[in-house]
Design a protein around this ligand. Sequence first.
Ligand code: CUA
Length: 189
Amino acid sequence: MAITPPAQRIWWKEPIEKVELIWVVIAFLWGMFMFFFMIAWHFIGQQNLNNEAYRITPSAYEEKVDAFAKKFTVREEKGVPVVRAPAGEDVYILGRLWQWWPILELEKGRSYRLHLSTVDWMHGFSLQPTNINISAYPGYEHIITLTPTETGQFGIICNEFCGIGHHTMTGKIYVVDQKTASVAEGDKR
Ligand code: CUA
């Protein structure tokens, strides 16, 4: 028993206070408005990606990425291939414990179809320093149309916790000028 019991024993069975009711209704309506406004953010906020997604088995995706890397690798960095596909081509990135693979080299101002998937479980593709975040799942191949607007080196980190090596899961994308790329292509010939 409490030291000083309430004067009115059944204190909880009271009609709802009018002010409280008004705020409950306001909060509910605001919640409903924000829920349906998510559709509007797609158009006016550019918040949701207009991407494509297809079902694929993880092993089939891995084979596709391996073939892509084999075909277009131009050099290696610490054992990781740097892959430069011709401008406008489909480019592939694969997430797995614990890396984003391979490294891509893209040309500024050209559009690419970036394919993204994982072979084990869910990883977060986060492109730095730009604020692009995409969840990647095994079994689904996302295709994002990407046009780099700045040259430089971009880091990819994983932003979905994926186990003990999560913090080491990184990748890289280089964006080079079209001229640099064509000179390099000329060197190869
Ligand atoms: Cu992959 Cu965290």
